[in-house]
Design a protein around this ligand. Structure first.
Ligand SMILES: Cc1ncc(COP(=O)(O)O)c(C=O)c1O
Length: 363
C-alpha cells in the first residue's frame, strides 16, 4: 500500500488524520449558494479564508462569484496573482507589510480594502499616492457583532475625509453580521438579527449618499445571515465563507457538509472514551460555536463526539463500541480552523480519491 495519497486510492486506505472534501456535496453547495444570491439579485463574493484552495476559488468563479473576500494579505497575494479578478481585503491594512501587499496585488487584480478608521488607511493612502494608483475603500460598519467596524453615524465623516484623499476612493460599505450565529437555534431571532444588520448597513449607505458621495457596494457577509441580511432592499453583495456551518443550530442537515477529517481509533480505554489520531492539530481546538465545547462531531457509523484533544490525540466520547483501527470520520466544529491545519485537501468522490488540492496562504 502506498504511504502517500494518490489519485484512485480508496478512502479507507487514506493515511490519517487527513482532511477530505466530498466533491459531490461541494458542487451542490456551490451551485445552491450561487442560485440563492442570483435569485436575490446580489453579487456573491465568498470569503476564501474557509477553503484557501485555488481550485475551490475557480469553481466559485465558474458558478458566478464576482471575486473573493480575504482576511490576510497572504490570502490576498495567493488569489490576486492569477486566480481571482477582484479581491476584497476585509481587514484593516495596518502595518507596512499589509500596505505593500495591497499595492503589489493591485497590479494583477482589483483590490478593495475595508477599514473602520482613517488611522487604519493613512499609510495605504500615502503608498497609493506614491505608486500613482487609487485604492477603492469600503467602510466597515458595526451592525451588532462588536468586533471591528464603526458606528453607522461615524461613516459620513470618514466618507468626507476619503473624498479629499488622492490615494483612496470610496467604493462601498460592509459589515460582518457574525452575531446572527449567536442567536442559536431560534430561527426568528436569527432572521431578525440578519435583517437588522442589512438595514443598519443600508441606512449607513443612504446617509453617505445624502451627503453627496457615491456608494456602489453594500456588502453583508456570513453564512448564518445569508438567508436574511441580503434580502434587505439596498444590499448589493453577500460574502458567505463556509456555506454550511450551522448543523449545531439546525439550519442545515449534516449531509450538507462537504468537509470531514478522517481518523483512526488508536487506543480504547476502560473508561467512557477512546483515543483517535486526530487532535487539535487536525481539527483546531475551536469548540466555541457549540456551547458544549466539542471540537468535532462523528459522522460515520458508531457516532460520538470529539470532546477535546491534545495535539495528536483526540478524545472520542459517546461512540458505540469503538475498536482500535476503526476509521472515524469527523465533522470539525470550525471548518476554517481545520483547513488551516492541513497542507492539502483530499477530494473524494464515491469513496475514491479524485484530487489533491493544496491549502494555500497558511500564514
Ligand atoms: C468579514 C467576514 N466576512 C464574511 C465571513 C463569512 O462568514 P461565515 O464564516 O459565517 O461563512 C466572515 C467569517 O468570519 C468574515 O469575518
Amino acid at each position: 500500500m502506498s504511504t502517500d495519497i494518490v489519485i484512485g486510492m480508496h478512502a479507507a486506505d487514506l493515511p490519517t488524520p487527513v482532511l477530505v472534501v466530498d466533491a459531490a456535496v461541494l458542487r451542490r453547495n456551490l451551485a445552491d449558494m450561487a442560485a440563492h444570491t442570483t435569485a436575490l439579485g446580489v453579487a456573491l463574493r465568498p470569503h476564501w479564508k474557509t477553503t484557501k484552495s485555488a481550485e475551490v476559488a475557480r469553481l466559485q468563479l465558474a458558478a458566478g462569484a464576482v471575486g473573493h473576500t480575504v482576511a490576510t494579505v497572504a490570502e490576498l497575494t495567493a488569489l490576486a496573482r492569477d486566480v481571482s479578478p477582484s479581491v476584497f481585503l476585509a481587514y484593516p491594512p495596518v502595518g507596512s507589510f499589509r500596505v505593500a501587499a495591497v499595492i503589489e496585488a493591485s497590479r494583477t487584480a482589483e483590490v478593495i480594502v475595508g477599514a473602520d478608521s482613517l488611522d487604519a488607511v493613512r499609510e495605504l493612502s500615502d503608498a497609493a499616492t506614491a505608486a500613482g494608483i487609487v485604492i477603492p475603500i469600503r467602510l466597515d460598519i458595526d451592525s451588532g457583532l462588536h468586533r471591528t467596524g464603526m458606528a453607522p453615524e461615524a461613516a459620513v465623516a470618514m466618507a468626507r475625509a476619503i473624498a479629499t484623499d488622492s490615494g483612496l476612493r470610496l467604493e462601498g460599505v460592509w459589515t460582518h453580521e457574525g452575531h446572527v450565529q449567536a442567536a442559536g437555534a431560534d430561527p426568528d431571532e436569527r432572521r431578525r438579527r440578519g435583517v437588522r444588520a442589512g438595514e443598519t448597513l443600508v441606512a449607513a449607505a443612504e446617509a453617505i449618499r445624502a451627503d453627496g458621495h457615491e456608494v456602489t457596494t453594500v456588502s453583508v457577509g456570513s453564512t448564518p445571515g445569508v438567508r436574511s441580511a441580503p434580502t434587505v432592499r439596498g444590499v448589493t453583495e453577500a460574502r458567505p465563507g463556509t456555506y454550511a456551518n450551522q448543523v449545531a443550530i439546525g439550519t442545515i442537515a449534516p449531509e450538507q457538509v462537504a468537509l470531514s477529517v478522517h481518523s483512526r481509533v488508536i487506543s480504547t480505554q476502560p473508561a467512557e472514551w477512546a483515543i483517535i489520531d486526530a487532535g487539535i492539530k487536525a481539527m483546531s481546538s475551536d469548540g466555541t460555536m457549540h456551547g458544549d465545547g466539542r471540537i468535532g462531531t462523528v459522522v460515520s457509523a458508531g457516532g460520538g463526539v470529539v470532546s477535546t484533544g491534545h495535539e495528536e490525540h483526540g478524545f472520542l466520547r459517546g461512540a458505540d463500541d469503538p475498536r482500535v483501527g476503526d476509521i472515524v470520520r469527523i465533522r470539525p466544529n470550525h471548518a476554517c480552523g481545520a483547513v488551516n491545519m492541513h497542507r492539502r485537501i483530499v477530494v473524494v468522490e464515491d469513496d475514491v480519491v479524485t484530487g489533491l488540492w493544496p491549502v494555500l496562504a497558511r500564514h
